[in-house]
Write a new protein. Structure first.
Length: 355
């Protein structure tokens, strides 16, 4: 890889010659501007405002525009003569835990390569010291005409440096959070936790840029004279107000289905019984014949359950007594005729009740 900067790491009194190499690369598809009428390329030309003549790169310098619009020329010699200790040096100023670095400060990433054989030993010493301390180094360096802040850490067996923004370059998040007070229920948090657990972890190497691939396929189709099918837009993020619980439950089911698991309704057990619904067909109105029959049957049951009066009418009682007397007389006559010689039994003496 081609180095973009040569210098040294200042580690106390130890100096480590290094080369700075870009650790990242841009894979986005770039486009050119063309004239729609004939497809000609649109180019930007650098023209001097005073004489309106086009100038080359060798004739262009840099200057600072003052508040009144006047230009103050600044040359490379002027910048190189500044008393800047980090002009060609990555000066380590502290070692701190990695968690103390705000990710908002992260900027471009670089690899630091040992420059030459003598640099291998001090380079390895710094790398192993960073590994054992489990800390990162905070450093200052100068690149592209300005002093910058950096963080050194170990990636595999290489020292990497992340450019950091200065703390005063991080904007305050004031006014960004929702201004209205919102209450989140435990059920919603449980579903969010279930969704997070279902999505799980991901292999970062498996992620890729789908949009870039689609653009490349479009370009290839255009070059071959083919026409691609228009993709349907996803309306899931159209900003409509939705039922949060239902959205979370559907998300959990979709995530399980994507992972090949059996989708299951949130909050339901796999062994839960399924409720059956029976439709009531042929039901008649309350004023029909069936209702009348039910009312009559209910009246009969109520009458049967009513208690019998304790005293009967006088006539019925006298009739019952006369019937009983005649029945006894008849029974005695019948017994006397059938048994002419009755057996006489002695009555047993009664015992006196003790006082």
């Amino acid at each position: 890889m081609r180095s973009i900067w040569n210098g040294a790491i200042s580690f106390g009194l130890v100096s480590i010659p290094i080369k700075l190499v870009n650790a990242t690369e841009n894979h986005s598809v770039s486009f050119r501007q063309i004239h729609l009428a004939d497809g000609g390329r649109i180019r930007y030309r650098k023209v001097c405002e005073i004489d309106e003549q086009e100038v080359t790169v060798a004739d262009i310098g840099k200057a600072y525009e003052d508040a009144d619009g006047s230009m103050i020329p600044i040359t490379d010699e002027d910048l190189s003569s500044l008393p800047l200790p980090t002009a060609k040096t990555i000066e380590i100023v502290a070692f701190v835990p990695a968690a103390s670095i705000d990710p908002l400060q992260m900027d471009a990433a670089y690899y630091l390569s040992a420059n030459g054989v003598p640099a291998a030993k001090p380079y390895t010493l710094l790398r192993e010291a960073l590994k054992r301390s489990q800390k990162v180094a905070v450093a200052k360096y100068a690149l592209r005409g300005r002093e910058r802040l950096g963080m050194l850490r170990v990636v595999d067996d290489v020292i990497a440096m992340h450019g950091l923004l200065w703390p005063d370059e991080i904007r305050s998040p004031e006014g960004v959070a929702p201004e209205i007070e919102v209450t989140v229920r435990d059920a919603e948090l449980d579903l969010a936790d279930a969704l997070m657990a279902t999505l799980g972890e991901v292999d970062m190497d498996s992620l890729h840029d789908d949009y870039r691939e689609a653009v490349e396929e479009l370009i290839a189709a255009k070059a071959d004279g083919r026409t691609l099918e228009t993709a349907q837009a996803d309306a899931s993020g159209d900003g409509k107000v939705i039922d949060l619980i239902a959205a979370l439950e559907n998300s959990v089911r979709a995530a399980k289905a994507a992972r090949g698991e059996e989708p299951e309704a949130a909050g339901e057990s796999a062994d839960a019984p399924v409720a059956k619904v029976t439709s009531l067909t042929g039901r008649k109105k309350s004023g029909g014949t069936g209702a009348k029959k039910k009312a009559a049957a209910s009246t009969k049951k109520t009458a049967a359950k009513k208690p019998t009066p304790s005293r009967a009418p006088a006539k019925k009682t006298a009739a019952r007594s006369t019937a009983k007397s005649s029945a006894k007389t008849t029974a005695k006559k019948t017994t006397a005729k059938s048994d002419p010689k009755p057996t006489t039994k002695k009555a047993a003496p009664r015992k006196r009740a003790s006082a």
